[in-house]
Write a protein that binds this ligand. Structure first.
Ligand code: NAD
Ligand code: UDP
Length: 340
């Protein structure tokens, strides 16, 4: 059984690749390396002592995609490939729509042609927009506040339409909350290009001295300490949810949506304080204005994934902070600039 991992050189895809290989799956990775580095592929091989084919290939290149499906007996696809920077998506929306939506349509058309109809899609809690209350379950109304979020919402809808048109498709839409952390070994982790947009990579870069201080966006939210609250989830827990989803799809047709979160919300200050405590590193920070588009509180009700998939997150915030810090300290400059 061979699983195609799109975007497998990226942060979450590389961790998923390791878990798949460790669990005995054969994999093929395709990635255009637009937001990743070939070194992550070397590290996946090193961590698992396993070989697998890698294609430096773009979802927008249909011929190359066809080649992958011709060359390998693909049974299912874990579809991580996509652009994910919210701010950039506001500046260059067409690039985001083209990459994330056309890319997914290409993938699905070519899958269908090769009779591969099992798909796990990386969606996001951003599809809940600004929810009325928490915890958020899968039945909450969906909306988007930026082009990135809209690509996730549109792809979810496209996949639902696809499944209606051909009920033999088996699709899991996994709505991730806030993945952080890294593989225990410190060999793979999140490797942002330039100034990090997300909180944890910013914190680790401050801790290692690459950035002077963290800007905390807003301390006047209606939360226990005034800073935003999120559901931080260890990337290893997150990718284990994908393996459970794959197993579920073996015996279930249809489209099913699952929240992948811990069910607990922590504030920005909670994260800073836990990071400082477990890693014995002060994080200088200053309060700034709220970041436009940010919501106050977001955390999951993950009961459905527990009941239906038998999955729940196990790692706590301390472990997430330790593992993110090990990755940063072992790789102060991320992956070396290996060219492919
Ligand atoms: P990432 O940028 O590290 O990984 C995505 C990978 O996809 C990159 O390696 C990139 O080079 C590749 N890629 C992008 N466009 C491609 C294309 N057209 N063809 C081939 N490869 C392409 O991001 P990540 O954090 O690992 O996220 C993986 C998925 O999960 C994305 O779809 C993202 O939107 C989604 N997601 C991420 C988060 C998060 O906080 N990290 C939260 C919710 C959802
Ligand atoms: N945040 C912050 N400073 C930063 C980056 C993020 O205060 O440099 C806050 C942000 O306002 C939000 C939380 O951290 O409340 C999580 O932001 P992130 O961008 O990591 O994820 P999001 O939930 O926005 O997708």
């Amino acid at each position: 059984m061979t699983i195609l991992v799109t975007g497998g050189a990226g942060y979450i895809g590389s961790h998923a690749a390791v878990e798949l290989l460790k669990s005995g799956y054969n994999i093929v990775i395709m990635d255009n390396l637009s937001n990743s580095n070939f070194e992550s592929i070397n590290r996946i091989r090193e961590l698992t002592s396993k070989e697998f084919p890698f294609y430096k290939c773009d979802l927008l290149d249909r011929d190359e995609l066809v080649t992958i499906f011709k060359n390998h007996d693909i049974e299912a696809v874990l579809h991580f490939a996509g652009l994910k920077a919210v701010g950039e998506s506001v500046e260059i929306p067409l690039k985001y729509y083209h990459n994330n939506i056309t890319g997914t349509i290409n993938l699905c058309e070519i899958m269908a042609k090769h009779d591969v109809k099992k798909l796990v899609f990386s969606s996001s809690a951003t599809v809940y927009g600004n929810p009325d209350r928490v915890p958020i379950d899968e039945s909450f109304p969906v909306s988007a506040t930026n082009p990135y979020g809209r690509t996730k919402l549109m792809v979810e809808e496209i996949l639902r339409d696809l499944q209606v048109s051909d009920p033999t498709w088996k699709i899991a839409l996994l709505r991730y909350f806030n993945p952080i952390g890294a593989h225990k070994s410190g060999r793979i982790g999140e490797n942002p290009n330039g100034i990090p947009n997300n909180l944890m990579p910013y914190i680790t870069q401050v801790a290692i001295g690459k950035r002077e201080k963290l800007s905390v966006f807003g301390n006047d939210y209606e939360t226990h300490d005034g800073t935003g609250v999120r559901d931080f989830i260890h990337v290893i827990d997150l990718v284990k949810g994908h393996l459970k989803a794959l197993q579920y799809l073996d015996s279930n047709e249809g489209v099913e949506t699952f929240n992948l979160g811990t069910g607990t919300g922590y504030s920005v200050l909670d994260l800073i304080n836990t990071f400082s405590l477990v890693n014995k590193k002060e994080i200088p920070y200053q309060f700034m204005e709220r970041r436009p588009g940010d919501i106050s509180i977001c955390y999951a009700n993950p009961t459905k994934a527990d009941k239906v998939l038998g999955w729940r997150a196990e790692k706590d915030l301390k472990e997430m902070c330790k593992d993110s810090w090990k990755w940063q300290t072992d790789n102060p400059n991320g992956y070396d600039k290996t060219t492919y």
